[in-house]
Design a protein around this ligand. Structure first.
Ligand code: GDP
Length: 470
């Protein structure tokens, strides 16, 4: 199953750069490279030690293509576990292609997406969840997602699963043994120890499953909906948070017709801000589409920022309308947190402020009120702190394992389901052969996470999502 042909790909992004790295892996990698590499010092690559770097030229038929640095790694002590050569050349796309074409003409083939990492997996350098973490690491764009990916790549999560699986496997073989001696009615597997193990596995699985809620939002960014009537300052607030002029700011009511999404990092956590049209009832067709979308966006959001223009709040009846609208959102979305933002603080007088503080709805578990000026950025830092409080960063700080991968999450759910069936079987004193089936199922699902159980389709799905050259 392990391929032995030699693959090549550009490991750095395509396009021009100062340098580019071309990676070759396979049993012939070093021999092939040595055919076209002329070392400055006249060294032959084949005779060089592993993990060494050499300066020289890539030459074909006396034509010098580039001056390069060549690093060699001899299997099994390399990323893929095979012989690996990395050529650092000058970053012109022309040079990159010339060198790659040279090797393609002479025995290499183009690597598929993720094929280097696939080989690392097949050669036992990484397990499956570690390999997946490599892709997450490349995709990580904030401190939290980076930390989770690094931790997973280093194997914390895999080891936890592997240890539990091994213990379960031991018990499974004892139970299977009982089946072989079924005539004699013996029990090799100590039932109370088994119960204790099942309990422990259940606790670990539940913890990991729960962590997915945090992990998933951290990986994808925490969705925050910015809601409010036209002209209250939604785009200005978004710009203040984004620190750039991305959303459209204008004085004409209803200009933010479409939704705009942008992700920014606050305190190392990614937040996805969704700017939306107001929820005010309207006759305008385009606007009403925007309003429907507002509710859709709130449905997807973790937190709702409800923005009002403080200046307009002084108008007769405005306070009651506001309370109504907040109630509407609260009733429609009973689980969402709401931050009521009174904007344009820079235009408000002390008297107005104290009047608001008296009349505004009281803060409760789900709702907080903040006074801000999107224009002068006063209070924007308080808002950022508030947003961070909505994220359970405790697990991150404590270095607990956090599951971010949907495939792992589904496998954990299935494994837990089977473990619960086994527990039920124990309680009901069901025959061992029935329990053995459920134990095998649990083992199967746990094994899928780390790749101890695998199939071509699964590998194809995972590695085709990688970039070429990884
Ligand atoms: P949106 O329709 O809710 O996106 O509102 P905009 O962000 O387009 O803002 C509407 C108008 O209000 C613009 O002229 C902004 O400059 C102005 N504005 C927004 N925030 C503030 C603020 O905090 N103070 C003041 N004085 N004006 C603001």
């Amino acid at each position: 199953m392990i391929p032995n042909d030699t693959i090549i790909a550009l490991a750095t992004p395509s396009g021009a750069g100062a340098i580019a790295v071309i990676r070759i892996s396979g049993s012939n990698a070093i021999a092939l490279a040595s055919d076209y590499f002329k070392s400055i010092r006249g060294k032959n690559l084949i005779d060089q030690k592993t993990h060494t770097i050499h300066l020289g030229h890539i030459v074909e038929d006396k034509r010098v293509m580039d001056e390069v640095l060549v690093s060699i790694f001899k299997g099994p002590h390399s990323y893929t576990g095979e012989n690996v050569v990395e050529i650092s050349c000058h970053g012109s796309p022309y040079i990159q292609q010339q060198i790659i074409q040279l090797f393609l003409r002479n025995g290499c083939r183009t690597a598929d997406a993720g094929e280097f990492t696939l080989r690392a997996f097949l050669n036992g350098k990484l397990d499956l969840s570690q390999a997946e973490a490599v892709a997450d690491l490349i995709a990580s764009d904030n401190e939290a997602s980076h930390q989770i990916a690094i931790q997973q790549m280093r194997g914390g999560f895999s080891n936890e699963i592997k240890t539990l699986r091994e213990e379960l496997l031991n018990f499974a073989s004892l139970i299977e043994l009982e089946l072989d001696f079924s005539e004699e009615d013996v029990e090799f597997a100590d039932r109370s120890q088994f119960k204790e193990l099942l309990q422990r596995i259940q606790t670990v699985l539940k913890g990991l499953i729960d962590s997915f809620a945090v992990g998933n939002v951290i990986k994808n960014g925490i969705p925050v909906a910015i809601v409010g009537e036209p002209n209250v300052g939604k785009s200005t607030l978004l710009n203040a948070l984004l620190n750039e002029e991305r959303a459209i700011v204008s004085d004409v009511a209803g200009t933010t017709r479409d939704t705009i999404e942008d992700e920014i990092s606050i305190g190392g956590i990614g937040f996805r801000f969704i700017d939306t049209a107001g929820i005010r009832e309207t006759q305008d067709v385009v606007e009403s589409i925007g309003i429907r979308r507002t509710f859709e966006k709130i449905a997807q959001a973790h937190v709702v920022l409800y923005l009002v223009d403080g200046w307009q709040l002084t108008a007769a009846g405005a306070m009651d309308t506001l309370k109504n609208e907040i109630e509407k959102i609260k009733n429609k979305f009973p689980l969402k947190s709401i931050v009521l933002l009174i904007n344009k603080l820079d235009r408000l007088t002390e008297d107005q402020l104290s009047m608001f503080k008296e009349k505004l709805p009281d803060d409760d578990k789900r709702q907080t009120t903040l006074f801000i000026s999107a224009k002068t950025k006063e209070g924007v830092a308080d808002l950022e702190n508030k947003l961070l409080q909505f994220v359970n960063t405790g697990a991150l700080r404590n270095n607990e394992t956090i599951v971010t991968n949907t495939r792992h999450y589904n496998a954990l759910l299935k494994a837990l389901e089977e473990i619960e069936k086994v527990q039920f079987g124990m309680d009901e004193e069901l025959p061992s052969d029935l329990m053995a089936i459920d134990v095998r199922e649990a083992l199967y699902h746990l094994g899928l996470i780390t790749g101890q159980v695998t199939n071509d389709e699964l590998l194809g799905n995972i590695f085709s999502n990688f970039c070429i050259g990884k």
